[in-house]
Design a protein around this ligand. Structure first.
Ligand SMILES: [Cu+2]
Length: 682
């Protein structure tokens, strides 16, 4: 029985149970150390299955490349917006790098011709910018990002992830420093430790690693469960069925409590699934289809203030007295495909970019601007796909393209109107907590104190080129169906998850169940009341707080799920559910002032204020959803293609590692019925 426009408000009473989910010779493309940065000769898949369109084959041999800190490289072109080099030294930023010196690298592509593939996890030293000494990295196959693995829909692939890391500890220095509100420059945007003492616990992290294919529809045993790490000398052998629509997936480390630093060290790679539906569209391909893996990093400096290349994970806290709540990592330097502020030579034609935000925490609001005018290039960008597949039709993106950590966007860019010009991809989100994020959309690309390096990369468009006959097809995925409240089956599971950040502890994620208000003390710790768009008051009680609390969420293979995420905190959480492709049903804005952070409950109900925005480019298949400040977001999807113990979590790695990750177990229907029969209650 639904009584309102929102299934959340109407359907819950009609479900038998709610919230807790109860009712609810192989061909081996090994990449070996013998030939650093190349696919091992002898092991390259026959038939040209591996190639590197950029001509770059990865890492430098090591520290034998002398560092020339003064080599200026080429200066930024044009008379466009100011660059990082224009920021006055007096503001405390001394170690600068010249933007757009290096060409964009394209990770090598592996298109497995056989059923098996071996990829080694190994340490390399690689220069991330021409003016930066080599950086020690942990990589897949010697590349940062790792090789792009490309398969066809339904092409089974067994991957042996062989750990041969030869470092005893993660090659990252981690510090936490005090930065009160209004600190300028905020230590986030400054290289070096800013007086912080390296964390001994991070310095002790061993290479204990587990690979997860993000977005994969696969059995839980193949999913890369976080607690099942592998040491050097061990191999994680995984079978990916790839029985899912064309999509932009990525693989990365998922080891429990430490992904913050293992991904930071470089354990990231792209994984593309292709199918006939995508083929028929005739999209730009070959060297006109390029992954753009975006990360941000910081580096240590030496006694003379010069960058050393050593990775630095510096986070800040704003509270002078313990307990300190640290914000997630933001770094001054943005890398695309492992290079800081690269440039890409392009023809005046259409390109397809597979964009991934692989940052720990930073959300990007991205625009393309003309360097000469500093103005946005309008009408050139079309989004054609989301995390988990193609959109039904292209979406013109003239406002910033938003990607939070874990999200992907499949986009087309038309450079045909920009022949002979230089364009920049810039970030317009000035995001330096504890201050609220500020949009710099009105002056894109102009450095500010909080966003001194807005540039992401540069496109150098050739003056002339062969005419490009391509036009974006009006229909992309004909098989796409938009999920709406009214179309969801009434016997669906409904889960409720609340998030909070402040309140004397670190970021938390609570599983909630709906209760009768008379059955709980109000107000009290873990009790949340909320009044939705239908005006009805609901009461929820916390049933889990920590990752190790008992499992509450049991799903069923093939059964529809509705999830409600309630964010009572001043932070954006990109929520990711393993196994499930979902769609966003709604995003609402609430007055959350009734949530008492000290009490950890509501003293007044959270009140519905207004309907929020679900961007056109978010209305496709997703596996990460942005849950903004004071938002209630609802999603729906179905668990298909796998069973067992999975996880869902916040994709801010700093949040995931401190507890914003929980298990969800998906059983086949016959097993789910027996589980219920065996519950010992009363
Ligand atoms: Cu989070």
């Amino acid at each position: 029985m639904r009584t309102s426009r929102r299934g959340f408000w109407g359907v819950a009473a009609g479900l038998a149970a709610v919230a807790a989910g109860v009712g609810g010779g192989k061909l081996v493309a090994a990449i070996r150390r013998a030939t650093p940065g190349t696919l091992g000769s002898g092991d390259v898949p026959r038939g040209g299955a591996a190639h590197d369109p950029s001509g770059h084959m990865g890492d430098l041999p090591g520290a034998d490349h002398a560092y020339d800190p003064l080599h200026p490289g080429s200066s930024p072109a044009g008379h466009g917006p100011a660059t990082a080099a224009d920021i006055p030294q007096g503001r405390g930023i001394t170690a600068t790098l010249t933007p757009f010196v290096d060409a964009l690298r394209v990770p090598p592509v592996i298109r497995p011709q056989g059923p098996r593939l071996t990829i080694e996890l190994r340490s390399v030293n690689r220069r991330l910018h021409a003016q930066l000494p080599p950086t020690r990295l942990w990589t897949y196959g010697g590349h940062f990002p790792g090789p792009t693995i490309e398969v066809r829909r339904g092409q089974r692939l067994e991957v042996a992830w062989r750990n041969v890391i030869d470092d005893k500890r993660v090659p990252v220095t981690a510090v936490e420093v005090y930065a009160p509100v209004g600190a300028e420059p905020n230590p986030y945007v400054v290289p070096g430790r800013s007086g912080g003492t390296p964390r001994a616990d991070v310095a002790a992290i061993p290479p204990w690693l587990v690979v997860h294919l993000h977005g994969a529809v696969t059995g839980a045993g193949q999913d890369g469960w976080s607690e099942n790490g592998q040491f050097p000398g061990e191999t994680q052998i995984v079978e990916y069925l790839n029985h899912q629509p064309a999509s932009t997936l990525w693989y990365h480390d998922h080891s429990m409590h430490v992904s913050t630093w293992t991904l930071f060290a470089g354990l990231i790679g792209m994984y593309l699934i292709r199918d006939d539906e995508e083929d028929r569209l005739g999209l730009p391909h070959g060297d006109r289809e390029i992954p753009l893996v975006i990360t941000d990093r910081n580096f240590e400096v030496d006694a003379d203030g010069r960058l050393t290349g050593r990775l630095l994970h510096k986070v800040t806290y704003a509270d002078a007295a313990p307990p300190h709540i640290t914000a997630g990592f933001r770094g001054p330097y943005t890398l695309v495909n492992g290079t800081i502020w690269p440039h890409l030579d392009v023809a005046p034609a259409w390109y397809r970019f597979r964009m991934l935000n692989a940052c720990n925490t930073r959300t990007y609001h991205m625009m393309i601007i003309d360097e000469k005018t500093g103005r946005p290039v309008k009408g050139a960008v079309r989004q054609i796909g989301t995390d988990a597949g193609l959109l039904p039709a292209p979406v013109t993106v003239d406002s910033p393209l938003i990607l939070s950590p874990g999200e992907r966007a499949d986009i087309l860019v038309d450079f045909s109107g920009s022949g002979g010009r230089r364009l920049r991809l810039v970030n317009v989100l000035d995001d330096n907590p504890p201050a609220p994020p500020i949009s710099r959309e009105s002056a894109p690309g102009v450095p500010t104190a909080g966003l001194p390096y807005p540039q992401i990369m540069q496109f150098r468009v050739a003056a002339k080129g062969k005419a490009d006959p391509f036009t974006p097809p009006p229909v992309l995925s004909a098989s796409f169906t938009r999920l709406t409240y009214g179309a969801l089956p009434t016997d669906r599971y409904h889960r409720i998850v609340a998030t909070k950040v402040l309140g004397g502890r670190h970021a938390e994620m609570w599983e909630m169940e709906e209760v009768d208000a008379a059955s709980v003390k109000i107000p009290s710790d873990g009790v949340v009341q909320l009044r939705g768009p239908d005006g009805r008051l609901r009461t929820f009680k916390r049933i889990s707080r920590n990752p190790d609390d008992t499992v509450n969420f049991y799903g069923e293979l093939g059964k529809c799920e509705q999830w409600t995420f309630i964010n009572a905190a001043t932070a954006l959480h990109p929520m990711h559910i393993h196994l499930m492709r979902f769609q966003i049903l709604s995003r609402d804005i609430y007055d959350v002032s009734g949530f008492d952070m000290k009490l950890c409950g509501t003293t007044r109900p959270l009140e519905f204020k207004e309907t929020g925005v679900v961007e056109e480019g978010e209305k496709g298949w997703k596996d990460v959803v942005r849950l903004g400040d004071a938002e209630v977001v609802e999603i729906a999807g179905t668990f298909v293609g796998g069973t067992g113990r999975y996880a869902y979590h916040c994709h801010l790695l700093e949040h995931q590692d401190v507890g914003m990750m929980r298990p969800i177990i998906v059983f086949p229907p016959g097993i789910a019925a027996l589980r219920l029969a065996h519950q010992h209650t009363g």
